[in-house]
Design a protein around this ligand. Sequence first.
Ligand SMILES: Nc1ncnc2c1ncn2[C@@H]1O[C@H](COP(=O)(O)OP(=O)(O)O)[C@@H](O)[C@H]1O
Ligand SMILES: [Mg+2]
Length: 259
Amino acid sequence: MDKKRIVEINKIGMIYHTLSGETEAIKNIDFDVYEGEIVGIVGPSGCGKSTLLSIVAGLITPSTGEVLVNGNKVVKPSKDIGYMFQRDHLFEWRTILQNVVLGLEIIGKVDENSYKYAEELLDTYGLGDFKHNYPRQLSGGMRQRAALIRTLIVEPNLLLLDEPFSALDYQTRLAIADEIGIILKKEKKTALLVTHDIAEAISLSDRIIILTNRPATIKNIIKINLTCPEGIRTPLKCREAPEFRYYFNEIWKELDVHV
Ligand SMILES: Nc1ncnc2c1ncn2[C@@H]1O[C@H](COP(=O)(O)OP(=O)(O)O)[C@@H](O)[C@H]1O
Ligand SMILES: [Mg+2]
């Protein structure tokens, strides 16, 4: 495989210092992500997943090690890296169109074509009729889609998704995860996706990294190869693949959840 390496995570560790003492959140995490790959990250709650993504995003500095994106050391947030979190962070006083264009405003790239491009993206992804509506007038799933378009409009090289669907109800989550999975593959995006939903991770990812309890270390990396019905690899179709159950059991065992 001589695919281009987009992300290099080199032995990073993170210790938080607080008034009540030290918390070691992640330890010796080391892996690479290649162009066009969607890498899922699963691990127990509180193990350090958001810490890992925040470091890759340049929002916090690791205690040890370094992250390279496109060969450059990450030291602060940049327009090459887009991120999307559990909450959509849409601004309630802006219309959907204005919210989407905000992605470009932040990096100082608004020009006369911006609104046209934003409208095209909204049309393509089924929000054309809602561009002049305010976020509160949209369903949770539509809001997440708008948030994704706002992230995609700046054409980041790398997308970081931190449990982006977890605030949605089950039906909406399935539908929106499917749509967003299709969008990511269509736009050939490289992405890191944190989720606590094993099925979601399998259906969307090319590889899954399983983390241990805190401090998070890499427990295993599983390559996902699904034979999808009718050769259609959409996340929903993937769930019908014969290998799906096998991966599910493997990851479940590895996660070693105690209840
Ligand atoms: N800013 C912070 N200051 C101190 N401790 C933190 C901070 N952020 C996260 N932590 C701690 O680090 C650990 C990992 O947190 P986090 O990365 O949010 O885990 P996850 O996303 O896997 O649930 C937790 O014990 C959490 O309390
Ligand atoms: Mg988290």
